[in-house]
Design a protein around this ligand. Sequence first.
Ligand SMILES: Cc1ncc(COP(=O)(O)O)c(C=O)c1O
Length: 404
Amino acid sequence: MTFEEARALDAADPLAPWRARFALPQGVIYLDGNSLGPLPHAARDTLARTVEREWGERLIRGWNEGWMDAPARVGGKIARLIGAQAHEVTVGDSTSTNLFKLLVAALRRDPARRTVLSEAGNFPTDLHIAEGAVGCVPGAVLKIVARADVAAALGPETAVLLLTHVHYKTAERWDMPALTATAHAAGALTLWDLSHSTGAVQLDLNRAGADLAVGCGYKYLNGGPGAPAFLYVADHLQSALSNALSGWMGHAEPFGFADAYAPAPGMKRWLTGTPAVLGLAALEAGVDLWTEVDQAQVWAKSARLFDILAAAGDALGLECVTPRDPARRGSHISFRHRHAWELTQALIAGGVIGDFRTPDIIRLGLTPLYLRHEDVWRAGEIMEDVIRTDAWRDPAYAVRQAVT
Ligand SMILES: Cc1ncc(COP(=O)(O)O)c(C=O)c1O
């Protein structure tokens, strides 16, 4: 593809107006929105309003004027993005904390099933939290197998299959409906980490029969650094599962101030402490943008952006570790290179912000809401310049072309 062809795609792009909704620094091609999404202008305005008018003027009355409902309200909006019902999603705490809550709940559900099954190379927090969770449930164990062996490793002892739907390094995507069916045939629940999927690929949790899920708010949802995470429990499991982090906000009557814990019905029981109102406000602004977007258009553009960088990588003889088949991947592209760290640094010096994942991966996020085809084409050109000139060997490298 030529630069002119990339620009022609931008001219015809129905998503083009969305770029103006984000603060994007000059001189940067931001290919890291899969790690930390940029600032939506609406989030700046929402935060200012929440701080000044709500916190500043309404003070504690704010709890009765929308703050208390924020976890369920924002959860309901995220539900639409992931193919869930509004009452199946709540928002709060971090992805790690929510993983803990759901893993312990799944382990406690059936005393005959005491194994958490996951894949080697899953995102570290998933495995670390699973290790911690099995340590809290007598007799529970964590079984980690190679990706290719996951389905075969399900058995009568499996309580829950814990997987990251889109792999954080390779962007490889599990077939959620097929694997969920396999897990169910073995009597196990599924717990999906959707951190690299939500706002990246089209999701339909209900149709896939997914049991449990969690996901980050600060990546494709653009909820801001450390944004609250979401947690999904399928309707039919909601009364059967309980939250081990049984704080007062998940109590049926928090302001009854009882000594004994009694879980709230529905998703409210997954709350633990006081909702993080400012974090929720920023996240809501990011999520609100998504509720206006046609996800099919986003996904179609993601595939086009992928093709531009994949072609640039092919021309350079780079090893692309991301599947070429769009149905088998998320919305980033990763290349393996012996000097991936140096190359990533050189790209950043050249204005192309992506990231390095140890030991040898250059990871580039493809976020169609605010990236133009032109940007991604230029990123490919800069990558070519970096590699062909061997400039990455010089730590003081900065590309010659000005990035516009
Ligand atoms: C798959 C996955 N899960 C979880 C996390 C992070 O969880 P937390 O927000 O609890 O740090 C990440 C962060 O990159 C991730 O990629």
